[in-house]
Design a protein around this ligand. Structure first.
Ligand code: NIG
Ligand code: FE
Length: 399
């Protein structure tokens, strides 16, 4: 059945601009967009089964959060307090806190408890317009616990009306039982990848390339294993120092390299050549009170696609609003509002290897968000509340 969504101000984002259409209409069929344009130009041949009036609200593509760590046990509020009292992130990590403390809490949590926490957080993101969500593992760090977290992510995608893409991040941190044996752990990560993939739990593979995590040589082994399974890769790269991670990721044709505060010119050139998306994570930059900014002007000049994500995680980015992340990308990193909005829609979809969403265009998925706003630039103007009236996913109203 074809459904007509009428009387909307559309921001289609097609052709590199806002793509504004006053008194616009969308026709959807099944889960896809069949037609987009001014209501007055609606072809008479369309057989409309149902009409939904949108009262002149702003309709934009559903938002895509392309980098989150949504499934975990516990929280790190005490660690945040320590940091506010002067301790550093790396110092806490080296002392066994940081990611490892979340690993203990995640291992101890039941699958249902993890689902409960992740569902609440997913609903908060959806209230801010999100219709597609990437979720990384990386707080289990054993085959059993990584599988548990990835199963929770899959269940979330079935039980909550948001589309979930899973990323296996076994190479996030060294678990205590592998202390002093990081190469053995990398072997285990590669081995588990095959088992997790065989269970249908993995859409992509990620790693944390950093002096407090895994070296480029170790990450390359993880990526070789992913390549052997035909799985796309992404990388936490150049967050705290320049490890040459972006070049490494690009050499494997990575979908994205993420963080990038310490990205070099060589990294930018390699990403450009490989078509690797730069995913900026201003929430972590903000929470860590980082002062070094990712080289946005150079990325822009090189034509590297730029996306923005929440990086939601309990340690460095506990925020749950993607529009706020986009707002911060403008304020801190000098993205233009149009770049930031593209960064949380079609560029974010690209960072997940998805080419069927992120714009309002015939043939793409009918995933959109309805906003109590006049112009899409307001999405990165207001902060502290997300004036999202509804999200529509696959042509069904979900909230
Ligand atoms: O994306 N950089 C590594 N991973 C997370 C932080 C994880 C944590 O501190 O729990 C990030 O910022
Ligand atoms: Fe992250």
């Amino acid at each position: 059945m074809q459904r007509l969504w009428r009387h909307a101000r559309l921001a289609t984002l097609v052709d590199g601009g806002w793509g504004l259409i006053e008194d616009g209409a969308l026709v959807t069929e099944g889960e896809h967009i069949r037609w987009v344009g001014p209501l007055a130009a609606l072809p008479a041949s369309m057989e409309i089964g149902e009409e939904i009036g949108l009262d002149g609200a702003l309709v934009m593509p559903g938002l895509v959060d392309c980098h989150t760590h949504l499934v975990y046990g516990g929280d790190r509020a005490a660690e945040a307090e320590m940091r506010l009292n002067g301790a550093g992130y790396e110092e806490i990590a080296r002392a066994g806190g940081g990611i490892r403390s979340t690993v203990s809490a995640t291992r101890a949590a039941s699958e249902d408890a993890l689902l409960h926490g992740a569902r609440r957080r997913a609903q908060a993101l959806m209230a801010g317009g999100v219709t597609t969500l990437e979720i990384k593992s990386g707080y289990g760090l054993s085959l059993e616990a990584e599988a548990k977290c990835l199963r929770v992510a899959r269940r979330l995608g079935r039980e909550v009306p948001v589309q979930v893409r899973t990323t296996y991040l076994g190479a996030h941190a060294l678990p205590p039982e592998f202390e002093g044996r990081s190469d053995d752990y990398v072997d285990a990560v590669c081995h588990w990848m095959r088992a997790l993939h065989a269970q249908g739990l993995v859409d992509a593979v990620d790693a944390f390339c950093e002096s407090i995590a895994f070296s480029p040589v170790q990450v390359a082994r993880v990526f070789e294993a992913a390549r052997a399974l035909d799985l796309p890769v992404k990388l936490h790269a150049e967050q705290l120092s320049d490890q040459g991670g972006a070049q490494l990721a690009a050499s494997f044709g990575a979908l994205s390299a993420d963080h990038l505060e310490y990205l070099s010119d060589a990294g930018i050139a390699a990403m450009r050549a490989a078509g690797t998306v730069a995913v900026l994570l201003p929430g972590a930059y903000y929470m860590l009170r980082e002062t070094r900014q990712p080289p946005v002007a150079a990325l822009r000049a090189a034509g590297v696609p730029i996306a923005v994500a929440s990086d939601h995680n309990p340690g460095t980015a506990p925020g749950l609003s993607l529009p706020l992340a986009a707002h911060m990308a403008c304020t801190f990193f000098r993205l233009t509002p149009l770049e930031a909005v593209a960064g949380i829609t079609h560029q974010a979809a690209r960072a997940l290897g998805l080419h069927d969403r992120g714009l309002l265009r015939a043939g793409l998925r009918a995933d959109f968000a309805v906003w109590e706003l006049n112009h899409p630039n307001e999405l990165v103007y207001w902060f502290g509340h997300d004036p999202c009236r509804a999200v529509v996913q696959g042509a069904e109203v979900r909230t």
